[in-house]
Design a binder for this molecule. Structure first.
Ligand SMILES: [Zn+2]
Length: 179
């Protein structure tokens, strides 16, 4: 009923006491029969950053790592524990592209299923509009191989494997002129 990477098909042992009696109690929860430890599968928060150049083209990155190596993505990544979305966006852009950004403004959010090391991580991807004066100083680093600019209306959505990124682009097109 669920994919082979769904948590109920991957997690076999209690992470607290190591018991093998760790049954799923729903599609998103577990309870250890030995120590009563309860584990819930929640969405992991992540950020995507929307940076436009002076021609109204949006910045995309090309992935240097699996999943979807070689495909397009929006810059961003997972939010660290106890970090704000805005802090995560600033940190990820510094790590991936080596530049500072400012004037962050929340745009929209979309969910995604991100399969990593054989495990489905359910994410909520928060998109932020941002500004920078340093686009010409960008360097592709970390988990990206290059960066490219496309108008949201003309980017090939087949090159963008993430369903949440596709939905963010569609919303940019739908709300054009209002942000
Ligand atoms: Zn246990």
């Amino acid at each position: 009923m669920y994919s082979s990477t769904h948590p109920t098909n991957v997690l076999k042992f209690c992470p607290r006491c190591g018991s093998a009696h760790f049954p799923a109690t729903s599609n998103r929860s577990f309870k250890c029969a030995n120590c009563s430890f309860q584990y819930y599968v929640n969405a992991s928060a992540a950020v995507a950053v929307l940076l436009f150049n002076e021609n109204g083209e949006l910045l995309f990155t090309r992935r240097a790592v699996e999943p979807h190596i070689g495909k397009l993505d929006l810059p961003g990544g997972f939010i660290d524990p106890m970090e704000t979305g805005e802090q995560a966006a600033i940190r990820e852009i510094q790590e991936e592209l080596g530049i500072g950004i400012h004037s962050l403004k929340y745009f929209c959010s979309y969910p995604n299923e991100y399969v990593f090391s054989g495990y489905s991580v359910y994410t909520l991807d928060l998109a932020f509009l941002a500004r920078t004066e340093n686009l010409h100083q960008m360097i592709a680093m970390d988990d990206i191989s290059s960066f490219e600019f496309y108008k949201p209306q003309t980017v090939d959505l087949e090159e963008l494997p993430s369903i949440s990124m596709k939905n963010i682009i569609k919303e940019l097109i739908h709300r054009e002129g209002t942000y």
